[in-house]
Design a binder for this molecule. Structure first.
Ligand SMILES: Nc1nc2c(ncn2[C@@H]2O[C@H](COP(=O)(O)OP(=O)(O)OP(=O)(O)O)[C@@H](O)[C@H]2O)c(=O)[nH]1
Length: 767
């Protein structure tokens, strides 16, 4: 009964907020199918987002930043002002909507991306809150792959920080247009101009300040909108002080003369900057409005800013204080005004799909009752529940039983969803992150034919162009053994790890070939700690972790050639294959690859495609276990000299022969162990700087630079990962908890002979 009342309440509030909508009750009856176990009750205020909106009004947006810049707080404000929550969530109180996992609430950090759908001024915003901690970069990568635009949030007292650079580069890779939000303008030490400068210098982009702050630190009270020449202020005396009420009025001579002059100068500089980047706007400025730039209508300026943002030649910058409830509504306006709709982004392969369904799975989560839930971004066509879909990557047809609209940890059941949207599907059991899903196998074949004709390619190669590019998964740098409390629990642990792996592709689970133990490989200490915690909480298994170890790599020192023959009779079938190959160290640029560079001699070049696939499988499998300590290899060029196969030999036999031959060649070539070198950024007070530097020296750290940032020092260094175990505890102790640090993989570097010998002795049990 209570539930029914809650649903009615949702529906009533929807009809009030949606104005002209009629027949509300019957229209929203599907709400009865909400995931009752976690029904949000009073918090969900509207259900308008369930109707597929006009594609031009959709914004698929990510929020990205350095850890603690305020992404979650900003998201909470967005949900509140858009009418979807009735209370302001607070990260520090652990009651935000998007950080819903138990660990997220306890630790006050974002671990999983949570998709949130809400409306703002006739636009639908699908927003993904992404984590800032480097251990969860794969979550950011996943989000960026399917988003059309991003808001980069900065702490205005720090400017561009280490992790901002990383996520910024990731967004560059996916050509995602961005806007910047300088948050925390209320903090002592916040600086609008320093942050703009830091964006220009560190991110190497042209920032377009579209606002000016009014006051700073404690005195921060509002903004000047340079496009419309308006003053926006939030009254501290508004009844609830929730920032909902604010005043927007033209900036006039009655205002502070200094502010007026500053705004006028900033607007002229902005116009000049845009005119330099956009010819259409330059014509307007030099022609009609040459004499009177003040008369330039905001709508023209808006349009030009939008063009340069979408072309990624400049980045609009906004400011505010999410915590003090200032500046978030203009940021929402900016998302709708300047960031692209899905149909304004170019995806080459969509031309072949037309109105056929094409969607990308970008995240899988496991629900105890409903099984795997797969987040998909729909690129073309319509997705419906109770329908079959074809997964191109896995060549399999699966059934979607239910289609849901994600609202953080709540999901609303919907009858269909069109291109441009993000949906959550129930029923897809095999689809994993990065897979392309279409309506049917025959639809995929028809599209392949069209693409083949269009590109003048054969159908086989056209097939490749039907698959949306997946998500790049970084290599894990840590590993440890994991053991169940008893052998009887091993199967449960395997099941838990399988489920967690489908959710989190940066988690790798292996079995040690010698001991048979299960090995967890992850992105960092926190990552492994969280996995351990989730196995306990979500699967009820108390596991034992072995000591955390660094994932080294191996490479070769010299060139070498090897030949091998495999002759095996299985049943009445003889398999005979002879191979000859050469390995040599990579030089220069190609050396950064963790995949081998493979080439074929003129004769081997003629091999059939299935043989080449088998050859490459063999190379890749031997590449995973180096000859020295069994770590993955890198920086090797493999040249296939010859492959002779007797008719009837199976392809796995070809792979096995190649793999054995590779191991021989790698062993002969002499190996070198490489260790992960991390780039480290520490923000520390002057008082503790000496202690921190002294400690770094003992960790084989090299200091590159020490910068000043307000009252603190920022130390930029590189340190081998092996010497950074448990660093957060050490730094906390050394600085009484006042310093912060970020650690990111920089490269794999050769270990010196002494360190390498010590490691080999340790790992082979001789030390
Ligand atoms: N002074 C001030 N503090 C803020 C502001 N916005 C957020 N904070 C605080 O900064 C801390 C981090 O905020 P979050 O919103 O969790 O930051 P986040 O970027 O989502 O953090 P992760 O999810 O862990 O990456 C919290 O203590 C917030 O209360 C702001 O505008 N001003």
């Amino acid at each position: 009964m209570l539930l029914r009342l809650a649903i009615e309440k949702v529906c009533r509030s929807t009809s009030i907020h949606s104005g002209a909508r009629t027949g509300t009750w019957s229209r929203w009856r599907f709400l009865e199918k909400i995931n009752y176990s976690s029904f949000p009750g009073d918090h969900v205020k509207s259900a308008r987002t369930v109707v597929s909106p006009d594609i031009a009004k959709i914004r698929n947006i990510g929020i990205m930043a350095h850890i603690d810049a305020g992404k979650t707080t900003t998201t909470e404000r967005m949900l509140y002002y858009s009418g979807y929550t009735r209370a302001l969530g607070d990260v520090d109180d652990g009651d935000t909507v998007t950080d819903f996992m138990a660990q997220e609430r306890e630790r006050g950090i974002t671990i999983q991306s949570a998709a949130v759908t809400f409306d703002w001024k006739d636009h639908r915003i699908n927003l993904i809150d992404t984590p800032g901690h480097v251990d969860f970069t794969v979550e950011v990568e996943r989000a960026l792959r399917v988003l059309d635009g991003a808001v980069a949030v900065f702490d205005a007292s720090a400017g561009v920080e280490a992790q901002t650079l990383t996520v910024w580069r990731q967004a560059d890779k996916h050509h995602v247009p961005r806007i910047c939000f300088l948050n925390k303008m209320d903090k002592p030490g916040a600086s609008f101009m320093n942050s703009i400068e830091s964006i220009r210098q560190k991110l190497k982009v042209k920032p377009l300040p579209l606002q000016l702050p009014i006051g700073i630190g404690k005195a921060f009270e509002g903004l000047v909108d340079l496009v419309t020449n308006e003053k926006i202020t939030w009254s501290p005396k508004s009844s609830r002080d929730d920032g909902r009420v604010f005043e927007r009025r033209p900036l006039t001579t009655a205002d502070d003369p200094d502010l007026l002059k500053e705004a006028r100068d900033a607007r002229s500089a902005l116009i000049e900057q845009i005119a330099d980047l956009d010819d259409e706007f330059a014509e307007l400025v030099l022609g009609e409005f040459n004499e009177n730039l003040d008369a330039l209508p905001p709508v023209k300026l808006h349009a030009a800013i939008r063009r340069v943002t979408l072309a990624r030649t400049a980045v609009p910058v906004f400011c505010g204080s999410a915590l003090k409830n200032k500046g978030v509504q203009p940021l929402l306006d900016a998302i709708t005004m300047y960031l692209p709709a899905p149909n304004e982004r170019h995806h080459e392969l969509l031309q072949w799909y037309g109105d056929d369904l094409c969607a990308l799975a970008f995240k899988v989560i496991h629900d105890k009752q409903r099984g795997p839930l797969v987040f998909v971004r729909i690129y073309s066509g319509t997705m419906k529940p109770q329908s079959a879909v074809y997964n191109i990557n896995r060549n399999t047809t699966e059934r979607i039983s239910r289609l849901l609209l994600p609202f953080a940890d709540q999901q609303i059941e919907i009858p269909s969803l069109t291109a441009g949207n993000i949906a959550l599907t129930v029923g897809l059991k095999q689809t994993a992150t990065g897979d392309t899903v279409v309506s049917s196998k025959s639809s995929a074949a028809a599209v392949a034919r069209r693409a083949g004709k269009g590109d003048g390619k054969k159908q086989g190669s056209a097939q490749e162009s039907l698959v949306l590019a997946g998500v790049e998964i970084p290599q894990p740098v840590f590993f440890c053994t994991i053991e169940p409390p008893s052998m009887a629990k091993q199967a449960d642990l395997d099941h838990a790890l399988n489920s967690l792996q489908r959710e989190d592709p940066s988690l790798i689970v292996k079995t040690d070939p010698n001991s048979g133990q299960t090995i967890l490989c992850g992105m960092g200490e926190l990552h492994i700690e969280i996995i351990h915690d989730r196995i306990r909480r979500e699967y009820g298994i108390e596991t034992q972790l072995g000591p955390l170890q660094v994932s080294y790599r191996e490479t070769i020192l010299n060139s070498s050639t090897a030949a091998d023959t495999l002759d095996r009779t299985i049943g009445d079938k003889r398999h005979l294959v002879s191979v000859e190959l050469a390995v040599s160290p990579c030089e220069g640029e190609e050396g950064s690859a963790s995949l081998p560079v493979i080439s074929y001699s003129d004769t081997a070049e003629q091999l059939a495609q299935d043989v080449k696939d088998a050859v490459e499988n063999g190379i890749h499998s031997s590449y995973l276990q180096g000859p020295r300590l069994g770590f993955p290899m890198q920086d090797v060029v493999v040249s296939i000299q010859s492959v002779h196969i007797q008719a009837g030999t199976s392809m796995p036999m070809v792979s096995a022969c190649i793999s054995r031959c590779m191991q021989k060649a790698l062993k002969q070539a002499g190996s070198q162990v490489l260790e992960p070198l991390m780039s480290l950024e520490i923000t520390v007070s002057e008082e503790h700087l000496g202690t921190v530097l002294g400690d770094l020296a003992q960790r084989r750290g090299s200091i590159h630079e020490i910068q000043s940032r307000q009252d603190s020092k920022v130390v930029l260094a590189s340190v081998p990962l092996a010497d950074m175990m448990g660093y957060s505890t050490v730094l906390r102790t050394l600085t009484s908890g006042t310093a912060t640090f970020t650690l990111a993989l920089s490269s794999y570097e050769a270990m010196n002979l002494q360190d390498q010998n010590a490691l080999v002795s340790r790992m082979t049990g001789l030390a």
